[in-house]
Ligand binder design. Structure first.
Ligand code: PHE
Length: 504
């Protein structure tokens, strides 16, 4: 039955009568699927066209055997009818052959009712005809789901011909918006409706806030982005500003020279850095190139410099930036223009590129997490205690620092933490105090100290998500279902220990 048919039947019945007191008592509705009727009622009542009540009643219904008897007659009547009239009757064996399993019940009941008797091995009728009360009661019960005859009902129950059942039905009345015709409701407000003014006369479908909706198919964050977000929150919590790190191509000047990386440094070789072919060089360099040149050639602030002829052409070569410290340098140069000096804390988390041999843990591009702090009178002690706090936010305590070398920091410290699983100290980052040879040409006052540090984003992400090959995390071999299903990340204390594999 179509929903429209049920709908118009409900409306026309309501139109003719004052209401439908009980659909179970209506020959049309009685035969319909309850759920379908309820859906039609829900939709009509949501529009106030009808009001309805759901009725639930415990009633009697026929069992499978009961239905069979309602159709074919009771076993006892069928056995009785099988026996011919007359003194001779029929051999018991015949009855058993004909009725099989039900022969015994049929005979038993027929004996009890005094309809038949035994004559030797034959069954003989005692009366001429019998009435099938059982079948009659069952037929009435099938129609009305009730019986006025208590004894008969008791008998049917004990013979397991009837059983209790929950009967759902509806009481339906007209609603305030009752009408025989169901106006089609508009679902979306369109531009055309607004322009034509049609929206004024239209009836709009109510919004169903309980609808499940279509599951969204897209919009999953890559694990690197999830971990990045966690680091960002730690930085924000500690009062850092995010640096604009969206300049992936930069000049050698910003990537190396301002950071006091000499032009002969191996990091500036083709084997280590990607140089841009077209355009191969940048436009005019900033106005402080002379200071950078001087720092490299003869030094600043008591330093003697590297003592070579600094080349502007070399500084103009464009590269894919090899570290985000290029951005830190730019930001420190901008900071130097703020007068009077104000302390600053900057961070960035973005891509860097290196011409590396690609293997399971290295790609030619990766993300650096970088932070710098600029203030007067800062010392190495501040950097170390800051590292303690920063890593503690991820549950990583018990740091150790090892002297290292960076062209732009002195002292430089590699940061280590104890790895319980590997039973050894593992490097988790690199840091240092930026050199005056870098800071003075950038324009900072000589008493401004800047501490910086960096770590990779990939390493904690791979550990956190149990990925042991970087190609499963970045590139064309990434399994998209992994991106969709992996959980969000929290670099809280517990998580941090797990991510870095470290225990207190
Ligand atoms: N740029 C360094 C690297 O690539 C990280 C770093 C940043 C070190 C700032 C010291 C200061 O490893």
């Amino acid at each position: 039955v179509k929903a429209e048919e049920i709908q118009s039947k409900i409306l026309s019945s309501l139109d003719k009568t004052n209401g439908i007191p009980n659909t179970a008592k209506d020959s049309y509705f009685k035969s319909l699927d309850i759920e379908q009727v309820e859906n039609v009622l829900k939709s009509l009542s949501s529009r106030n066209m009808v009001a309805y009540k759901r009725l639930e009643e415990e009633v009697w219904d026929l069992t499978k055997e009961g239905q069979e008897i309602a159709e074919n007659g009771s076993h006892e009547v069928r056995v009785f009818n099988f026996i011919p009239t007359g003194e001779e009757g029929i051999p018991l064996a015949e009855v058993q052959k004909n009725f099989g399993k039900i022969a015994a019940i049929g005979q038993g009941k027929a004996f009890k009712n005094k309809w038949i008797k035994k004559n030797g091995s034959n069954l003989v009728r005692l009366v001429d005809s019998v009435e099938d009360q059982v079948q009659k009661s069952l037929i009435i019960l099938q129609e009305t789901h009730a019986s006025s005859d208590k004894a008969a009902l008791k008998e049917l129950k004990s013979r397991k011909l009837v059983e209790p059942k929950k009967l759902v039905s509806f009481q339906i009345e007209k609603g305030p918006e009752f009408s025989l015709e169901v106006k089609k409701q508009a679902t979306d407000l369109t531009l055309e409706m607004l322009q034509s003014g049609e929206w004024k006369s239209l009836e709009f479908k109510k919004y169903n806030f309980d609808a499940e909706g279509i599951p969204t198919a897209g919009g999953h964050l890559h694990p690197l982005l999830k971990v990045r977000e966690e680091f960002r929150q730690i930085f924000f919590e500690m009062g850092f500003e995010e640096m604009p790190s969206n300049c992936f191509v930069d000049s050698s000047f910003w990537n190396f020279d301002t950071l006091y990386v000499p032009q002969q440094h191996p990091a500036r070789d083709l084997q280590d850095t990607f140089f841009i072919k077209d355009p191969a060089t940048c436009g005019p360099l900033p106005d402080f190139i002379d200071k950078v040149k001087q720092a490299h050639e003869s030094g600043v602030d008591g330093s003697i410099g590297y003592r070579y002829d600094w080349s502007e052409a070399e500084a103009k070569k464009l590269v894919l930036r090899t570290h985000t410290t290029a951005v830190s340098g730019l930001m420190l140069n901008r900071l130097s223009k703020v007068k009077p000096f104000r302390p600053a804390k900057y961070f960035s988390i973005d891509r860097v590129y290196r011409n590396e041999a690609v293997d399971a843990t290295h790609l030619a591009e990766f993300h650096q997490v970088e932070g710098v702090i600029a203030d007067k009178n800062m010392t190495l002690g501040h950097l170390i205690s800051f590292m303690d706090i920063f890593f503690k936010k991820m549950g990583i305590t018990n740091l150790r620092f090892k002297p290292a070398y960076n062209p732009y920091t002195e002292p430089s410290l590699e940061i280590f933490s104890w790895h319980e699983g590997f039973q050894k100290w593992v490097e988790i980052g690199n840091s240092g105090m930026f050199r005056p040879e870098m800071l003075i040409p950038l324009g900072l006052d000589p008493d401004v100290r800047v501490a910086g540090w960096g770590l990779s984003l990939e390493r904690p992400t791979m550990i956190k998500y149990g990925i042991d090959n970087i190609r499963a995390l970045v590139g064309h071999k990434v399994d998209l279902s992994m991106i969709k299903s992996n959980p969000s990340c929290r670099l809280d204390k517990k998580m941090g220990r797990e991510v870095f594999g470290i225990q207190e």
